[in-house]
Design a protein around this ligand. Sequence first.
Ligand SMILES: Nc1nc2c(c(=O)[nH]1)N[C@H]1C(S)=C(S)[C@@H](COP(=O)(O)OP(=O)(O)OC[C@H]3O[C@@H](n4cnc5c(=O)[nH]c(N)nc54)[C@H](O)[C@@H]3O)O[C@H]1N2
Ligand SMILES: Nc1nc2c(c(=O)[nH]1)N[C@H]1C(S)=C(S)[C@@H](COP(=O)(O)OP(=O)(O)OC[C@H]3O[C@@H](n4cnc5c(=O)[nH]c(N)nc54)[C@H](O)[C@@H]3O)O[C@H]1N2
Ligand code: SF4
Ligand SMILES: [Mo]
Length: 726
Amino acid sequence: MALGAGESGTHYRQCTLCEASCGLAIKVAENRVVSIRGDGQDPFSQGFVCPKGLALQDLQEDPDRLTRPLVKQPDGSFAECSWDEALDLVADRLTEIVRRDGGNAVAMYLGNPITHSWATVSLIPGLLSALGTRNRFSANTVDQQPQHLLAYLLFGNPLLLPVPDIDRTQFFLCVGGNPAVSNGSIMTAPDMRRRLAAVRERGGRVVVLDPRRSETARLADEHVAVRPGTDVFLLGALVHTLFDEGLVRSGRVAAFTDGVDEVRLAVAGLSPEAVADRCRVSAAVIRRLAREFAAAPSAVAYGRVGVTQSVFGTTAYWFLHCLNLLTGNLDQAGGAMFARPAFDLPALSVKATDLVGYDRWRSRVSGHPEFAAEFPSSLLAEEILTPGPGRIRGLVLYAGNPVLSVPDGRAVERALGDLEFCASVDFYLNESNRHADVILPPVPPLERDEFDVVFPSVSVRNWARWNPAVLRRPPGARDDADLLLDLTQRVHERLLPWPRRTLATAAVQAQRRVMPRAYVDLALRIGPWGARRGPGGLSLKKLRRHPHGLDLGALEPALPARLFTRDGRIDLAPAVVLADIPRVVAALSGEAEAEPGLDLLLIGRRHLRGNNSWMHNLPRLAKGGDRCTLLIHPQDAASRGLADGDRAELASRIGSVVAPVEVTDAVMPGVVSLPHGYGHDRGAGWSLAARQPGVSANDLTDATRYDPLSGNAAVQGTPVRVCRAP
Ligand SMILES: Nc1nc2c(c(=O)[nH]1)N[C@H]1C(S)=C(S)[C@@H](COP(=O)(O)OP(=O)(O)OC[C@H]3O[C@@H](n4cnc5c(=O)[nH]c(N)nc54)[C@H](O)[C@@H]3O)O[C@H]1N2
Ligand SMILES: Nc1nc2c(c(=O)[nH]1)N[C@H]1C(S)=C(S)[C@@H](COP(=O)(O)OP(=O)(O)OC[C@H]3O[C@@H](n4cnc5c(=O)[nH]c(N)nc54)[C@H](O)[C@@H]3O)O[C@H]1N2
Ligand code: SF4
Ligand SMILES: [Mo]
């Protein structure tokens, strides 16, 4: 049996800081963490752990972490107050705005960590609907929204995302992802370095397409440097070559796939010869890659933020899907496969949320279509700052830091300052919620029961795990679930007339009783591995007998049964995407450097010892010098008189920053790289991070550059110029 929260001994738990979901063995004495190491008995992660997992101890002990609610004082400072005061104030002020201006006048911004807890995924929809707002923004639209849009268009469900069957593939084509550092994304696979090495050990190939010779590229058989933002042409040319050279073999899925001919027509103008100059990749290399990919016994094209964070995010990613499907690698071992999660989030979300849909309503100012009930985060600032009926006046910032994460962060900052009321649920005072009126801090991960409802659905193996709280929380402390239910109930009490009010608050009370245990138990029982399906099936009780997590085996073919489309077939050529082809073709003939004087393209990067904007305050991760450096190619450095360590001024259409230079041929000529998530010198409550603040890449990125289909921000490939800092 697992130990109770705070009991001395070794606790086993999944790390929820990133998608890899590693097992941890956490030694506890007197309700304190003594040490953390990888759990060697976790069947999935097998003892692998990264520096961030170990830093959970620092997070637990960080003196800057908030434990009591804060309320903004007339002089602008924050003061602690009681939970009831803070919660009532938030509910009063938000519902005042709703009553006066309507539900849409209150918005929510949801940050990346919300995907890492059952509570936020399951309970945020309830708060949104209590407020009656369609103004939902999230980190999704600065990240993977094209992948959700295509999952919806091709497979009928935004959450039905294929993942590379990395453990069996013979050809891993990695486009714009750096799993050796990010630890894998939309591909839950602890220890990617080992998994990549294994592809090569069994005679397979790893090829990386990236403007930078990334850490993953260094582990690969081949690195192909591609000009930022041109993946759409390169990937289109790979698909073109499949048709051109008679390499199309869709295999089993052909029986339920439509639209292949339309794909052929769509890529007609994207021959390798036509795109080579633009991508800086020779036609011969493109043709060879297409042939190798098609000839491999199994192959999978995988793309991440380098592909999706571009103005062609959706169409570029669509070509990746086409590559997989047209070579018979969709839903086949070693190809792009679908997980079979014990908590079947894709299936449950169809029934329980308004996630499934596109362009059912539009944004107020720009008229951008919603997708999956969200608007692009790039539009958050204009929705706040533009006068008129329905303007956003109140905001809930939930586990996010848009000032550092969303394009044109300075505009986001101005917008936050312009709000009538802003509440935040976060255990840090960050660069965004310092503009809030109230901050409600939940307990940190180790003090809550956890069940991962998201990442098993994008894992390279099937697994499930129950994670009891490791530490006892301080008296009175609340977790995200408590806070969401507290707020939802208070909003209902203020907005609903009797008797609906009584019914709604009774429903919230019922949720308090059943969540998470009875809720997770029910979802497991009715899920694809569940007890309802037969003897020996899963329940929470059964899962709890596996404190190191339960391995449910390799991925298996799931189509067509798993499709959520109305006709049970795949339309490989959705009208929404086909309509984008003329834009792609026009851009191919247009000039690359459209902005005069901005002769370099800025891309981002991640570091192993960071997590977006929020873990730079932890001693284990902060050590080791300034990581917020500008990578620049020796040619570009020389022509600007820049040497290693010099300070360079970097300017875009939007703004400018000054950063130290690292001269390296790891980036291709014409490209510079700066990580995002820095800029900790603007009054947030992170004392360690503030000592090495760095600058924010999103002071340079442009909110008007986004993928018009999915609304995803194009934070990669921002045109910039670089010179010596005065
Ligand atoms: N230029 C550029 N910009 C980017 C990117 C890029 O590559 N380049 N990447 C984008 C991507 S992929 C993402 S996901 C976004 C991230 O953007 P955001 O999600 O807006 O920012 P984070 O830095 O993840 O901030 C997370 C906040 O949540 C808080 N938090 C952590 N855990 C919890 C919890 O359990 N509960 C609660 N209530 N709060 C918690 C932290 O204290 C922190 O303040 O940034 C995007 N921005
Ligand atoms: N250590 C650590 N791990 C993390 C995070 C973190 O901040 N730190 N963040 C987490 C989050 S929120 C996410 S979304 C994932 C992201 O996971 P990944 O997508 O693997 O993230 P990155 O490491 O940013 O890798 C993106 C790669 O794309 C390349 N690139 C940039 N522009 C282009 C382009 O135009 N074309 C191509 N082909 N490539 C391009 C970059 O050089 C970089 O190598 O990582 C997660 N894991
Ligand atoms: S890779 Fe690191 S941060 Fe990600 S789950 Fe594993 S230990 Fe946690
Ligand atoms: Mo992300």
